[in-house]
Design a protein around this ligand. Structure first.
Ligand SMILES: [Zn+2]
Ligand SMILES: [Zn+2]
Length: 330
């Protein structure tokens, strides 16, 4: 998954570079100090929020609001919205659901859907290369958050111009979010989450640091873990030739986005997982509920036969049913 991009770059990678130039710049890492400072301050503020959350400073109703409503809704805006609906087109959504997802997505402040999906499509198309925005071959820190602290690699800028985003640009809702993103994300990501807890008497400081900042940093790290941990630590039951892995811890933290070996093998599957256990895949549960009430439709998923064939052809043998360690029935 891609994540917030705090650099104020235009939507297209306009800086052209030829291959010689790219080679020259390959070893250079240019730190964007303003991003380093902003992200550092954000984390200091989040620590203040964590302290307030864990001590008696925070009202129980505020804790409930943040943990059951604030964090999950922002997360779903990314997982069910920017990721599964808009980046991968793994299902279709009717207008009310699109609007709901866009509101939740904007509250997550991980950049507009168009920018997020552009980075994510680059990630899938050029995985583990210099054109992958968070290339995991550059290490845990780079793929987790370091990629937001340095200038983009020339290969990423060059190839980024070729990625097709015309389907998302054609959507007036997404263009609206893109155009007014700074204003909308401040309102939905900071102002509203800070204001709501004050309605039941929460202190303004607590409301700000817990409901706005801590929620933001938690969901950021959730997204970032998919790019880092879920590209490093886990099994590869579907395709052993790629870096993404199945990581249950990341799945738990990210509402179901850690089944990453499956997801990179079948990126068009709305479940982003084979088994889709609801306890680790809240996003699937959300989409399924939306489908039941008629707001989501055309859910795409891989058939068991296709999955089994793929496991036997390219898996690492760790699959519970079709892996090499399978104990045959006598
Ligand atoms: Zn994806
Ligand atoms: Zn990935």
């Amino acid at each position: 998954m891609t994540s917030q991009n705090v650099q104020s770059e235009p939507i297209q990678y306009v800086e052209k570079c030829n291959s010689a130039n790219a080679t020259n710049q390959k070893s250079k890492v240019q730190i964007v100090w303003i991003n380093v400072i902003l992200i550092s301050l954000l984390h200091i503020a989040a620590l203040r929020g964590l302290y307030l959350l864990l001590t008696s400073e925070t009202m129980w109703i505020t804790r409930f609001f943040v943990l059951v409503f604030g964090m999950p809704s922002a997360a779903l805006g990314v997982t069910a919205g920017a990721h599964r609906l808009w980046s991968h087109k793994s299902y279709k959504a009717k207008l009310p659901l699109k609007i709901l997802l866009l509101i939740m997505n904007t509250s997550a402040m991980q950049n507009s859907v168009i920018v997020w999906a552009r980075d994510h499509r680059m990630h899938h198309t050029y995985s583990e290369t210099d054109a992958d925005p968070h290339n995991s071959r550059r290490g845990f820190f780079f793929s987790h958050m370091g990629w937001l602290l340095v200038r983009k690699h020339p290969e990423l800028k060059a190839k980024g111009q070729t990625i097709d985003m015309s389907d998302l640009w054609a959507d007036p809702l997404l263009r609206f979010q893109y155009k007014y993103y700074m204003f909308l994300s401040f309102i939905l990501g900071v102002a509203v989450p800070t204001y709501i807890p004050t309605l039941w008497g929460e202190k303004l400081e607590v409301a700000f640091f817990v409901s706005a900042i801590l929620k933001y940093v938690y969901t950021l790290h959730g997204t970032w873990l998919v790019n880092s941990a879920a590209h490093m630590w886990g099994m590869k039951p579907y395709d052993k030739h790629i870096n993404p892995v199945e990581n249950l811890t990341v799945s738990f933290i990210t509402s179901g986005e850690g089944f990453h070996n499956y997801h990179h093998t079948f990126p068009w599957d709305y479940k982003t997982a084979e088994l889709g256990n609801y306890s680790l895949n809240w996003t699937k549960l959300f989409i399924d509920i939306m489908a039941v009430i008629g707001l989501a439709y055309d859910l795409k998923t891989a058939s068991p036969e296709i999955i089994e064939k793929r496991i036997k052809r390219t898996g690492d043998g760790s699959h519970k049913i079709h892996g090499h360690e399978e104990i045959p029935y006598e």
